[in-house]
Ligand binder design. Structure first.
Ligand code: PLP
Length: 370
């Protein structure tokens, strides 16, 4: 029995839409990408959505739109995918890395606030694995210190805080469309914001610095820009998936409830906490266990594809030997979650029998280490 970590939702409806784009002869960013952006915007309930080539390039564009660059500091959590911090260096700003909360795995808000200096221009909190942040706390930090909040929402389409969807709660939020995410275009990203000026700047920057105009004859380039456009071929996949996002999300949440029931009263398997007043979108279903590496090896041997959560940046040369990076504190919580977090398989077509098998193998492997 082989159980993959994830499997993208690809149906005949999606294949038909991709073929429609291919047959049209128009393959770059066009009407289908615009329609995809609108579907994300309407789903989230925000004012603007801008498609880009990845969450990483989206975060970079967001920082540039806010004028973050040389001489500025940007605070990020230690427990995250490296891209969250790399983009700070890419735009020429200084990376400041702070610890996380060991129960939610999200940024430690006290550590975040303590790391803010007069040079701090922005913070990039991460709604990791689909767990929404405490946006009230972030708003208070923003107001007190005058910093921009750029949310790394790579994993959190569908998550909510107090009934408001992620993507509508920070200055700028950026989602990933990588195949580990349940809305995926192969590679891709989507930026959301309610600020028209920033959005216009980002739209222009990702299209070579072009002014957004109806008439090609009047095209002008008002700034240096780059090419981070999503193609209509990719957008076709995302557009059809967005038509089914509610049922895809419901299915994920049901599968996670099954996991929680199956793991009930397993004292050696700890379930991470969801932010108070938050709706977790369960991009990943994670647990904490003591002998994680051993369990991971054993489960993989039985054909179950399990994975670590994500990375602790302070353990990597790219950050700990980087003159452009400050790491105040010992990162003890981040190290704990890095060592103990295990991601279990989760995908739309997973059956209850698959889940029972995964949990039985998990419990067996955990018991082996006791
Ligand atoms: C928290 C986080 N940020 C950023 C990224 C990078 O996303 P992308 O691959 O779309 O650039 C990922 C990818 O998994 C991620 O998990």
């Amino acid at each position: 029995m082989r159980i993959p970590l994830t499997r993208p939702y690809i149906t005949q409806e999606i294949k038909d839409k991709v073929c429609e784009v291919l047959d049209s002869g128009y393959l770059t960013e066009g009407d289908v990408t615009r329609e995809f952006e609108e579907s994300v915007r309407d789903y989230i309930g925000c004012e603007h959505a801008v498609a880009v080539t990845s969450c990483t390039t989206g975060l970079e564009v967001a920082l540039r739109a806010l004028g973050v660059g040389h001489g500025d500091e940007v605070v990020v959590p230690d427990y995250t995918y490296p891209a969250t911090a790399s983009v700070v260096d890419i735009v020429g700003a200084h990376i400041v890395i702070v610890d996380v909360d060991p129960k939610t795995m999200l940024v430690d808000y006290d550590a975040l606030e303590s790391a803010i200096t007069p040079r701090t221009k922005a913070i990039i909190p991460v709604s990791l694995f689909g767990n929404p942040l405490d946006y009230e706390r972030l708003r208070a930090i923003k107001e007190k210190h005058g910093v921009y909040v750029v949310e790394d929402a790579a994993c959190s389409i569908g998550a909510e805080y107090k009934g408001v969807k992620v993507g509508n709660l920070a200055d700028i939020s950026v989602f990933s469309l990588h195949p580990r995410k349940f809305i995926t275009t192969g590679e891709g990203g989507i930026i959301t914001s309610n600020n028209f000026e920033w959005v216009e700047w980002m739209r222009s920057y990702k299209r070579f610095g072009m002014e957004v105009q109806e008439s090609h004859a009047a095209t002008s380039f008002s700034r240096i820009g780059t090419n981070y456009k999503l193609s209509d071929i990719q957008a076709a996949v995302g557009l059809v998936q967005m038509r089914h996002i509610e049922s895809l999300l419901d299915r994920r949440l049901q599968l996670c409830r099954n996991y929680l029931d199956l793991l009930d009263r397993q004292e050696h398997v700890i379930i991470p906490e969801t932010t108070a007043h938050g709706k977790h979108s369960r991009q990943s279903f994670c647990v904490f266990i003591k002998n994680r590496d051993e369990v991971m090896d054993q489960m993989r041997e039985t054909g179950i594809e399990v994975q670590i959560g994500t990375y602790a940046l302070h353990m990597h040369k790219a950050f700990n030997e980087n003159q452009n990076c400050r790491i105040p504190g010992d990162m003890v919580n981040s190290r704990y979650v890095f060592d103990h977090c295990l991601t279990l398989p989760l995908y739309d077509e997973m059956t209850m029998a698959d889940q029972e098998y995964v949990v039985s193998m998990l419990i067996k492997a955990v018991a082996h280490g006791e």
